[in-house]
Design a protein around this ligand. Structure first.
Ligand SMILES: [Ca+2]
Ligand SMILES: [Ca+2]
Length: 146
C-alpha cells in the first residue's frame, strides 16, 4: 500500500510537470485534465486553503486568510493543533470560520469547551468572528453537535 501510494504520488507529480512544460504548444484541454488529476491526488484543496467538503475550517485571519485547519469532529483542546504546514498554534488564533459539515459546531473560548462560545450552523461561514460572542483569537475548543 505504501509503495502504491508512492507510485501514484509520482505519477501525479509527473502529470503536473508535463502539463506545465507543454502548455505553450496548446494542448490545453488534456493539460487541465492532467492538472486536475494531480490536484486531487495532491490534496491541493488543503494545501491552498480552499476548503474541501466535509470539514469545519478555522482560519487565522478574517476573510478566510492566513493559516487554516480542518476538523471532522470535536477537539476539546486546540493547544496541540497547528495551522496547516506551520508551527503556529491554532489555539487563540482563529478569526474566521467555514462550517462545511452537516453538523452544527460550537466554538468555545476555553480548552475543555467552556466560556464564551458561538454556534456555527451546518454549511455556513463567517468571515469575521470579532462581532460574535467568541470573538477573534479566543477559540480553544471545537465542539461538533452530532
Ligand atoms: Ca487538539
Ligand atoms: Ca481561548
Amino acid at each position: 500500500m505504501r509503495i502504491r501510494n508512492r507510485i501514484l504520488g509520482g505519477a501525479a507529480l509527473t502529470a503536473v510537470l508535463v502539463g506545465s512544460g507543454t502548455a505553450a504548444v496548446g494542448a490545453s484541454t488534456s493539460l487541465s485534465a492532467a492538472r486536475q488529476a494531480g490536484h486531487s491526488r495532491l490534496a491541493a484543496s488543503e494545501a491552498s486553503g480552499e476548503a474541501a467538503g466535509g470539514k469545519l475550517w478555522l482560519y487565522e485571519h478574517d476573510g478566510f486568510k492566513g493559516g487554516f485547519a480542518g476538523f471532522t469532529g470535536t477537539d476539546r483542546d486546540l493547544t496541540d493543533n497547528y495551522w496547516y504546514g506551520t508551527s503556529r498554534r491554532v489555539d487563540n488564533g482563529a478569526s474566521s470560520v467555514k462550517n462545511q459539515t452537516r453538523y452544527g459546531v460550537t466554538l468555545y473560548q476555553n480548552v475543555g469547551c467552556t466560556g464564551a462560545h458561538s454556534y456555527e450552523r451546518p454549511n455556513s461561514e463567517d468571515k469575521d468572528l470579532s462581532n460574535n460572542d467568541i470573538r477573534d483569537n479566543r477559540t480553544s475548543c471545537v465542539y461538533f453537535h452530532r
